[in-house]
Design a protein around this ligand. Structure first.
Ligand code: NAD
Ligand code: UD1
Length: 348
């Protein structure tokens, strides 16, 4: 089965690509490389060749907003009698702070880009899509665990684009309920790396997120971690989040494709998280214990837009996708550290 994976060179996309190829899918990656390196694709190839696996991977450098290119991708695939049967749509911009500075750019790439993709899929009668949504759309809430029917209340342009896309899915599905199969996955905090240490998270510039910041402190690229608040109403005063191993998250996508294949039509929105909450101090302590590294830290003010705790109710993923996360927080730390140790400067 051939799938189009947009954003397949990025942090999450590269892990999904590897898993899809290992499972025998033909994968066509479309990525503009605006926030990723083609070295991630080389690393995937190196891994598969080392394992002597036959695979069919094609990479196209381009933008999801380029309608002509999308048309060509679908038409060429059909001409080769290997049409695209499903799309995993990850391409997009994801920085909360950037989205506050450049909101129109976020609406253009995320929303117009997705509209373009959906129009092309429609024209080419490809009706199956798995999408990367985000827990950020639940906004400033403290009522945990968060289930999919929780109020939607995004507080930044990035989150608003994800909500707009989910609304677009709803309208599209309603317009042709016989054909469309849509699964929007709301990710919590994907972290860690492939156990080989060949692919992982490589943020450009200073990491915004906790986990890559910690691994960069451990490797010596940053002196210490800023902890954003130790006065939250949590177990130890630091913020609590739902950290999910990137391989568990990737496996959730395989289950989502299987789910779509088993349906005549559907539109489902499903949380992907570990279902557990860990505080910043618990993460530091587990990382130190698992890796033997030291993570010096300094307590700072609370960060704008943060909440005390956020973790997922994952019962819908279990019920609908038959998926449960398998990897522990220790495994997250070990794999994330292996990637950082093998690649102190990421892909560069
Ligand atoms: P990433 O930036 O590493 O990957 C996104 C990929 O999309 C990059 O390779 C980038 O080059 C590509 N891209 C961006 N704009 C493009 C365009 N116009 N055309 C083609 N390609 C384009 O981010 P990620 O962490 O792998 O996230 C993947 C998806 O998951 C994103 O949609 C993101 O919003 C969503 N998500 C991520 C997180 C997270 O914590 N990482 C959480 C929730 C949701
Ligand atoms: C952040 C974004 C969210 C986005 C998600 C995944 C904000 C306010 N939220 O969520 O919209 O969907 O990333 O990309 O930006 N922390 C520190 N020091 C750091 C970094 C983080 O103490 O250097 C703390 C945070 O305050 C939080 C926890 O660590 O309590 C996790 O932070 P982070 O990894 O940024 O994830 P989220 O806050 O869940």
């Amino acid at each position: 089965m051939r799938v189009l994976l947009t954003g397949g060179s990025g942090f999450i996309g590269s892990h999904i690509a590897l898993l899809l190829l290992e499972k025998g899918y033909d994968v066509l990656i479309l990525d503009s490389f605006v926030n990723s390196s083609s070295k991630a694709i080389n690393a995937i190839k190196a891994y598969l060749e080392n394992k002597n696996l036959n695979y069919d991977l094609q990479t196209i450098s381009g933008d999801i907003r380029d309608k002509k290119l999308l048309d060509k991708i679908f038409i060429d695939a059909a001409k080769k009698s290997n049409p695209i049967q499903a799309v995993l749509h990850l391409a997009g911009l994801k920085s909360v702070s950037d989205s506050l500075v450049n909101p129109l750019h976020y609406w253009d790439v995320n929303v117009c880009g997705t509209q373009n993709l959906l129009a092309t899929m429609n024209e080419n009668e490809c009706y199956s899509i798995v999408f990367s949504s985000s827990a950020t759309i639940y906004g400033l809430t403290d009522s945990v665990p968060i289930s999919e029917d929780h109020k939607i209340s995004p507080i930044n342009p990035y989150g608003k684009t994800k909500v707009a896309i989910e609304n677009m899915f709803y309208d599209l599905y309603r317009s042709n309920m016989k054909s469309w199969k849509i699964c929007s996955l709301r990710y919590f905090n994907p972290v860690g790396a492939h156990p080989s240490g060949l692919i992982g998270e490589d943020p450009i510039g200073i990491p915004n997120n906790l986990f890559p910041y910690i691994t960069q402190v451990a490797i010596g690229r940053r002196k210490f971690l800023n902890v954003f608040g130790d006065d939250w109403d949590t177990i130890d005063g630091s913020g609590v989040r739902d950290y999910i191993h990137i391989m568990d998250l990737s496996e959730g996508h395989i289950n989502a494709i299987d789910y779509l294949c088993s349906k005549k039509s559907c539109f489902e929105i499903i949380n992907l998280g570990s279902g557990k909450g860990y505080s910043v101090f618990q993460i530091i302590s587990q990382f130190e214990q698992s890796t033997g590294s030291q993570i010096p830290f300094s307590i700072q003010c609370r960060r704008d837009g943060d909440v005390a705790r956020c973790y997922a109710d994952i019962s819908k993923a279990k019920k609908f996708l038959g998926w449960t996360p398998k990897r522990s927080l220790e495994q997250i730390c070990l794999d994330g550290w292996k990637w950082q140790r093998k690649n102190p400067n990421g892909y560069s």
